[in-house]
Every structure is written in C-alpha cells, then in structure tokens.
Ligand binder design. Structure first.
Ligand SMILES: *Cc1c(COP(=O)(O)O)cnc(C)c1O
Length: 397
C-alpha cells in the first residue's frame, strides 16, 4: 500500500472558455451526460441516435441519408472524411492558409493520397481563381477546404463557387466546419458540398467526443466502390453505418454519455432555431469586436471574411501576448489563446462559440482584456471598449 497514489477530489477551476474550443457547456448538456447508461443496442439508445440524426440533418441543412456522429473529436471526423474518400494514389487538393488545412494534408497523405496545395497567405481565404488554377495544374479527385479556419479566424466565402469548380472537374468537395457549424451560416445541400464534418465542443456547447459528419449519395457511392478497404478499421464508414444506420448491429460501442450530450445540445439548437443561433453568434461577437476596436486594437482579418466564432485580435506593439493570455486566465478565469504558425505573436485568438457566445461573456471579456492589456503596458482605452461593447449589444436589440 506504500506506493498507493494520492489522488485528490476533482474540482475543475471556474473558467470561461473563449479560446478556439472547447467552449462552455450548457448545464442542460452536463445534466444529460450524467444520466444513466443503457446498452448500445437498447431500443432507447437506437431511438436517441435517430433523434440525433434528425437534428443533425437540420443543423447541416441537408437531406443526406448518411448523416451521423463519429466517435471521436473533430479530427476523427476529418480523418473519417479523408480516409473514406481518398484511395491510395489519388490526388488530393488542400489549402495551405491555416493549421487545419495543413492537417487535412497530413491525414490525406496517410490515407495514401498524393497531396497538393492551393496557396493563400495565413489570414486570407482561398481565392476561387487560385483553386481553379490548382485544378488545371494537378487534376485532383478530392478537394478539402476549411469553412472556418480556427488558426486564422478567416471565414471561407464563395463556397458554392468552390464546389462548382470541384464538380466541373469530377472531384469531390470536403468541408471542415468544426469551428463554424451551428455558429455561422452553412448550407450543405444548397451549396452542394459532398462531405461536411464538424465537432461538438465548439459552436454546439457540448463536450468533445461525438463529431457530426454528413455525406451525399455521390460521396457514399465513391466510398462503396473503393478498390482497397479503408485503411482505418474504426473509421470505415461502411462498418460505422452498420451501427448508426437503420437496423443497427454492433460495430463498436457507441460513446453513450457523449452522444446523450450531443443530442441535448442539438435539441437546444432546434429550440433556439438555427438562424437565431447564427444571429446570436454574429451579434455577440460583433459587440466583442466593437469593444476591442474602440479600445484601440484591430482584427487581423478583412471584414467580409470575419468569422464571428473566432476573432483574431492583433497583439498591440511591444505587448507580450503570452503574459496577457496568462493574466486573463489567472485573474479572470477567461481562456483565450495565442496565434499559431505564421500568426504566432501577431494575434490573440478569441473564440465566441456556443454557450460562450452570450452578451455577459462578451462584456466580461472586453473588460478583462482591457485591464490585462493595460497591465501589459499597451496604450489602450479600456473604458471606451466597455462602453462600445455595451452600446453594440443595446443597438442590436
Ligand atoms: C478544432 C478544430 C479541428 C480539430 O478538432 P478536434 O476536436 O480538436 O479534434 C479541426 N478543424 C477545425 C477548423 C477546428 O477548429
């Protein structure tokens, strides 16, 4: 017994999660997670998966039959998309203008794809003309793009144009909406995106671990007619669908508690109304940005590509971004993060997603951020920021 470890009681600190995810989880979702388990083939569980599927179709704006939640985080959904769609030797086009576009390339390469990139600077979206040129040059069969790039805070607009280019070249379009679905407008069917995946812990206010994905019939046909089996047994959609589809049989154990949580989170999106959740994210993030700008700090993204769910706030000159991030957490319990890759030291990444996208959270952030910046020696006007954020919320009502 001498070496029995001493493990204290689990008491998480009180945080407001305003980084790139996870975001705050609604108490209703936490409660759903704490309810008793049932077996993964219990009629109750099967009904719950069906409810979740209906709600996911609403969330994705799709009628796709193959709509489900992958057992794992957003990266597992990303891997599901590429592992199933890409066969060894196929050419896969991915963006180079952010961290998650680059991750697509790593995953596609492990699936045996020959990865080529369409380039844009970090902080800018892909230009459809550049995508068109990349198609002419490389003839990819699969094209991935990121709708909301969390590393840069850029929203990829022109989605219908991107899918048009892909289809004109007989290719498949895969969209990453991990940080945007449920927070920012997205239309799977209307925009003709073949595969769309997301995550649960960003705009949906659920814990990580059950990640939405949808495939149209054309994409599923490609999966079914593969010459070589998917290299991942766990994420092979034909196997996974034996469980998630009609007449479920065992493939792997459904993550019961996280699926309960996702179902409750989706129920809340349906209650609020999808358009209303988009409006809320835009209104609350708009107030946050108005506050930051009024105190004298700008965003590192052009207005037409602003992604309300992830705001890249410029680090004022001579300010140590790490010290500000640390101070926000230590003094105010607010989590934001620093920039990555090409934007390291250039921006703070301030999330405004899901249950964190609420007026009180935005106001609290602007106030705490102003004081943390002042403490770090920045020449900012915190009072002006607080007033502007409050006004923006009032005006919008
Ligand atoms: C967070 C994120 C991912 C990865 O999701 P995990 O849940 O961390 O695995 C992928 N793409 C984007 C755009 C993200 O923001």
């Amino acid at each position: 017994m001498d070496d029995a470890p001493e493990i204290g009681e689990l008491v998480p600190p009180d945080r407001t999660l305003m980084g790139p995810g996870p975001s705050d989880v609604h108490p209703r979702v936490l409660r759903a997670m704490a309810t008793p388990l049932v077996g993964y083939l219990d009629g109750f569980y099967v009904e719950m998966m069906n409810d979740a599927t209906e709600a996911l179709r609403y969330l994705f704006r799709t009628e796709n039959e193959h709509t489900l939640a992958v057992s794992g985080t957003g990266s597992a959904a990303m891997e599901t998309a590429f592992a199933n769609l890409v066969e060894p030797g196929e050419t896969v086009l991915v963006p180079s203008n952010g961290y998650f576009g680059e991750r697509m390339g790593e995953i596609a390469a492990r699936a045996g794809g020959d990865v080529v990139t369409v380039d844009a600077p970090w902080g800018e979206p892909l230009d459809p003309a550049a995508v068109e040129r990349a198609f002419d040059e490389h003839s990819p069969t699969v094209f991935g793009f990121v709708h909301g790039e969390t590393s840069t805070g850029v929203r990829q607009t022109d989605v219908p144009e991107l899918t048009r280019i892909a289809h004109a070249n007989d290719a498949y379009a895969i969209a990453d909406t991990v940080a945007s679905l449920g927070g920012v407008e997205f239309h799977t069917d209307e925009w003709e995106v073949d595969v769309v995946y997301s995550g649960s812990q960003k705009c949906l206010s659920a814990p990580p671990g059950a990640s939405p994905i949808t495939l149209n019939d054309r994409a599923m046909e490609k999966v079914r007619s593969r010459e070589e089996p998917v290299r991942s047994w766990y994420l092979d959609l034909e196997g996974v669908w034996e469980y998630w589809g009609d007449d479920p049989s065992y493939h792997h154990t459904g993550p019961v508690s996280t699926t309960y949580a996702l179902r409750e989170a989706l129920r809340m999106v349906v209650e609020e109304g999808l358009e209303s959740t988009w409006e809320r994210h835009e209104r609350v993030a708009g107030a946050l940005v108005a506050g930051v700008e009024a105190m004298g700090v700008g965003l590192n993204v052009a207005e037409e590509h602003w992604l309300p769910t992830l705001n890249p706030v410029r680090v004022p000159s001579a300010v140590d971004d790490g010290a500000v991030v640390d101070r926000l957490l230590a003094e105010h319990g607010i989590e934001i993060v620093s920039g990555l890759g090409a934007l390291e030291g250039e921006v703070f990444r301030v999330g405004c997603m899901g249950h964190s996208a609420r007026p009180a959270k935005a106001l609290g952030f602007v106030s705490a951020f102003g004081s943390a910046l002042s403490a770090a020696g920045a020449d900012v006007d915190p009072e002006a920021g607080i007033a502007a954020a409050g006004r923006a919320l009032d005006d919008d009502r």
